[in-house]
Ligand binder design. Structure first.
Ligand SMILES: Nc1nc2c(ncn2[C@@H]2O[C@H](COP(=O)(O)OP(=O)(O)OP(=O)(O)O)[C@@H](O)[C@H]2O)c(=O)[nH]1
Ligand SMILES: [Mg+2]
Length: 267
C-alpha cells in the first residue's frame, strides 16, 4: 500500500531538513532563510510493506502576508499536496508561539479528514526547559482540539539520529484509519459508558443511547441510536466522543458520531 504524507508548516521551521533526514540524502534545498522551498518535492521509499511517499512543501504564511504571487503559488501547491495525502505532518519551531493561524491550519487539515501529526522541531534550540515547552504545546492541543486525541512530538532534525519513530507512527496511524469496529465491541463500550456516566436529564426526560454502529471508515463515522437523543447536550457529546477515542485508541484524527433519535436501529 502507498501512504502519502505531506510536511507542512510556516517558513524556515525545518521541513526540508526533516525531509532530507528521512532519506539520509540532501534532496530538498535547505537554507537559513524563509521561502527556500517553492515547488513541492516528493520522494518515496519502502518501509516494511508500505510505500511511504513524502511531500516537502513550501512554507505557509498568514493570509495577510500571502498576497504576493510567489506566496500564493506556494500556498496553492501546498494545499494540493495536503489534498493528495492521507497523513499531514504539521511542523512548528519549538521556540515559536502557538498562534491563531497555527490553530486554523491544523483545523483545516483535520476538517479534510487527514491524520494530523504535529512535530515541534528544533528542540535542540529550546531556551526554556523542555518540560515548560512540552506543557505549553500540550495545553494548546488538549484545549483547542477537544474533539481529537493528539500529542505533539518534540524533535531535532539536525541533532537526532533517525526519524524512524515517525515512520512507525505513520504506518500504525494509517492502519487505524482502516478499522471497522464490530457492533459487539461498540456495544460493550456503550454499556460501560452508560453505566459510568449517562447523558444528563433534559426537562422531564433523560436521553439514552441504546445502540452504536460504525457506518464508515476513512473517515470513521458512527451512528448512536436511542431515545430522546435531541436532548443530549454538547458537553456530553464531547465526553462520549473522547471516551470512544480513548477506549478504541484512535489518535490524531477526527471521528464523527451522529446521534439519531430512533429506538430501533434496524427500522
Ligand atoms: N538548530 C536546528 N536547526 C534546524 C533544525 N532543523 C532545521 N534547522 C535549520 O533551520 C533552517 C531552515 O531549515 P529548512 O529545512 O530549510 O526549513 P523549511 O521549513 O524547509 O523552510 P522553507 O522551505 O523556507 O519553508 C536551516 O538553517 C536548517 O539548518 C533543527 O532541528 N535544529
Ligand atoms: Mg523547505
Amino acid at each position: 500500500m502507498t501512504i502519502n504524507i505531506s510536511i507542512v508548516g510556516k517558513p524556515n521551521v525545518g521541513k526540508s531538513t526533516f525531509f532530507n533526514k528521512i532519506f539520509s540524502k540532501n534532496i530538498s534545498k535547505v537554507a537559513d532563510e524563509p521561502g527556500t522551498t517553492k515547488d513541492v518535492i516528493s520522494e518515496s521509499f519502502l518501509f516494511g510493506n508500505e510505500e511511504l511517499v513524502f511531500h516537502d512543501t513550501g512554507g505557509l504564511k498568514k493570509k495577510a502576508k500571502s498576497k504576493d504571487e510567489n506566496q500564493s503559488y506556494i500556498t496553492k501547491e501546498c494545499l494540493t499536496a495536503i489534498n493528495n495525502s492521507s497523513i499531514v505532518i504539521f511542523m512548528m519551531d519549538a521556540n515559536d508561539k502557538f498562534t491563531k493561524n497555527d490553530k486554523q491550519i491544523c483545523r483545516m487539515i483535520l476538517n479534510k479528514f487527514k491524520t494530523l501529526i504535529v512535530i515541534i522541531n528544533k528542540a535542540d534550540l529550546i531556551k526554556d526547559e523542555i518540560k515548560t515547552r512540552t506543557k505549553y504545546f500540550n495545553y494548546y492541543f488538549e484545549n483547542l482540539f477537544s474533539d481529537i486525541l493528539i500529542k505533539p512530538h518534540f524533535f531535532s532534525s539536525i541533532m537526532e539520529k533517525s526519524p524512524d519513530v515517525f515512520l512507525r507512527k505513520i504506518c500504525s496511524l494509517d492502519q487505524s484509519t482502516k478499522i471497522m469496529i464490530s457492533n459487539n465491541k461498540l456495544n460493550t463500550f456503550l454499556e460501560k459508558t452508560n453505566n459510568s456516566h449517562r447523558a444528563p436529564q433534559k426537562g422531564n426526560f433523560r436521553p439514552k443511547i441504546k445502540f452504536l454502529k460504525q457506518v464508515n471508515s476513512r473517515p470513521i463515522i458512527l451512528k448512536a441510536f436511542g431515545t430522546r437523543l435531541k436532548g443530549v447536550n454538547k458537553d456530553y457529546k464531547n465526553y462520549f466522543l473522547k471516551q470512544f477515542l480513548s477506549h478504541f485508541s484512535i489518535y490524531n484524527k477526527v471521528v464523527i458520531i451522529k446521534f439519531v433519535n430512533n429506538e430501533n436501529p434496524f427500522s
